[in-house]
Design a protein. Structure first.
Length: 169
């Protein structure tokens, strides 16, 4: 039995699900065609230079677009934006550009969703293959946040969550 198949995949998913994440919609513009997908495998990577990391499953309907893209946007969702997460988690292209969700084009042309808690737009500087995912490293060219004071949408143990009480240090 190979090392890759020795681990129980369900157990691995359950253990990985114990790590709470934010929920984002990763977006891109390839030759004027806008695409987006729900992603929680996103993190800051470096402050100097400012880099972010985004992982895209090779089975994702938007994967080929991420392979061809020069840049991507990451829209961090607020706790009341679960419907956007569900919309962009759908497999296959949406009927309208970005599912009819209002957006503006960022400096590099990436769709940035109106009402998102925060956004990052990055130029792709590296691509790596990591198992069944493509790992994108992006150099941040623009970013911002809404200042709405809303809490982020979270994902934990296979379910959407919201923040609870602050834990005292």
């Amino acid at each position: 039995m190979s090392r890759e198949t020795a681990l129980d995949q369900r157990l691995f998913r359950d253990v990985a699900g114990c790590f709470a994440t934010g929920v984002t919609v990763a977006t891109l513009n390839v030759d004027g065609e806008f695409r987006g997908m729900t992603a929680n495998a996103f993190t800051s990577l470096s402050l100097d230079p400012p880099l972010v990391l985004l992982c895209v499953a090779r089975t994702a309907s938007a994967h080929d677009f991420f392979e061809r893209a020069d840049a991507f946007g990451v829209n961090i969702l607020a706790e009341d934006q679960r419907p956007l997460s569900v919309l962009f988690a759908a497999h296959g292209p949406l009927e309208q550009p970005m599912g009819g969700v209002p957006f503006r084009e960022g400096e590099l042309g990436s769709p940035l969703l109106e009402g998102a808690l925060a956004f990052v737009e990055a130029r792709i500087v590296e691509r790596y293959q990591g198992g069944d995912h493509t790992i994108l490293v992006g150099e941040v060219v623009d970013l911002g946040y809404s200042g709405s004071g809303k809490a982020p949408l979270l994902f934990f143990s296979g379910r959407y969550r919201h923040m609870g009480d602050e834990v005292e240090a």
